[in-house]
Write a protein that binds this ligand. Structure first.
Ligand SMILES: [Zn+2]
Length: 397
């Protein structure tokens, strides 16, 4: 099917232009102009103009010399992006010494949805097509070739100017068009370090460059890649243990018979001094949904004489049995040494309360009024018909 829009200047060109990487397009067009001046013979220019009807505001990349293979590829790609098509490298031909001589380009919808994807060797009719696949066997193709007798100059030739699909109104569907630049990556890295959420990072990138078509998924992918880079092939837990060791942070861990870490106790440096300064009252409670392993996190909090709270230590536990709590509390006790806390405030978690009476026999265990009120609210509200009645009861309680 011939594409009806190529070769005509239509208003449809407008939204496409907006999505093209303007910086790369500019560099490429400048390069092209430079080379057109230095290499192009007048008769060559004539023939290329005649061969490809050009409605594109960018110069045609075909039949003109390019600086190198990359410049030729960028020129063809930018030119095609302008028309609403994305281009991939299909294959290349190298000499025996490994020097690339020829590169075949295809449409992003080129190649068949064929054998290469069928890793489970299912019969064609029982295979479900991967919905994200772009492969439509589009016939469009171009060739980049090293100029004969010249080692560096490359030329591009259009082999088949035909697509079997419509041009794309929105090139952001192609991941290759949304490729992040080094500057984008740096912004993502810095903002992630500062704790910014991906949507905030995306808003910032769009503010810096309104033409960008980066999507939230690109930021998630970039963050994942950066994390893998930072981990340097190590497992996240190995990195955590290395950091605890390197930064001399007081910690302790327990492993299962299979070597998995079941409990991890650690005390950030600053709170140790504060905990010894104000050992009188501590609060202990578990929080959830803090990690992908679904391990509850026991958080021990201290109170200063000015009623300010501070985190003392954290314990990841594989379960919430009395034995789990006892393991954790023994480490807390060791941390305190001789001056033990006098009062511990908890919610009515029986396993924790039993563990406290075992490890801190002399401590006074108070129940947290906030938790009590929350339970009173949950259990009694249904017995009142009006809000006023309930509010009256709750203030009296
Ligand atoms: Zn195509």
């Amino acid at each position: 099917m011939d594409t009806p829009l190529v070769g005509r200047r239509t208003p449809l060109h407008m939204p496409i232009n907006r999505h093209v990487h303007l910086s790369s397009a500019l560099v490429c067009s400048q390069r092209l102009l430079l080379h057109t001046e230095s290499y192009m013979m007048p008769d060559q220019a004539q023939s290329s103009e005649a061969a490809v009807p050009n409605s594109n505001p960018f110069p045609s990349p075909y039949g003109v010399p390019h600086l190198d293979a990359d410049a030729a590829k960028i020129a063809v790609r930018t030119y095609m992006n302008q028309q609403g098509y994305e281009v991939y490298e299909r294959r290349s031909k190298k000499t025996k010494t490994g020097v690339v001589q020829k590169i075949w380009l295809c449409c992003a919808h080129g190649r068949t949805y064929g054998e290469a994807n069928n890793r489970t060797y299912l019969a064609e009719e029982s295979r479900l097509r991967q919905t994200s696949s772009h492969r439509l066997d589009c016939p469009w193709s171009a060739v980049l070739k090293r100029a004969e007798g010249n080692d560096t100059v490359w030329s591009a030739t259009l082999e088949k100017d035909q697509h079997n699909h419509d041009r794309s109104e929105d090139l952001s569907a192609y991941a290759s068009v949304r490729k992040l630049t080094a500057a984008h990556r740096e912004t993502i890295r810095q903002m992630s370090k500062a704790g910014s959420l991906p949507r905030v990072i995306l808003a910032s990138l769009r503010q810096q460059d309104p033409t960008t078509i980066i999507m939230a998924q690109d930021i998630y992918n970039a963050k994942k890649a950066m994390r893998a880079e930072d981990l340097g092939g190590r497992h996240p837990i190995e990195v955590l243990l290395d950091e605890l060791q390197e930064q001399d942070i007081q910690h302790d861990l327990q492993r299962s018979s299979t070597g998995h870490i079941t409990h991890l106790f650690f005390v950030p440096k600053k709170p140790v001094a504060l905990a010894h300064e104000f050992p009188y009252v501590i609060l202990a409670d578990c929080t959830y949904k803090t990690n992908k392993f679904k391990m509850p996190l026991l958080h021990v909090v201290g109170m200063t004489s000015t009623n300010q709270s501070f985190s003392i230590c954290f314990v990841f536990m594989s379960g919430e049995t009395q034995a789990d709590y006892e393991w954790a509390l023994l480490r807390v006790k060791t941390m305190y040494g001789d001056t033990l806390p006098l009062v511990v405030v908890t919610d009515r978690e029986l396993a924790l309360m039993n563990a406290i009476s075992q490890t801190f026999p002399s401590i006074i265990n108070l129940l947290c009024t906030w938790h009590i009120e929350k339970d009173v609210l949950a259990k009694t509200k249904k017995h009142f018909t009006t809000k006023e009645e309930f509010d009256h009861f709750f203030t009296q309680w």
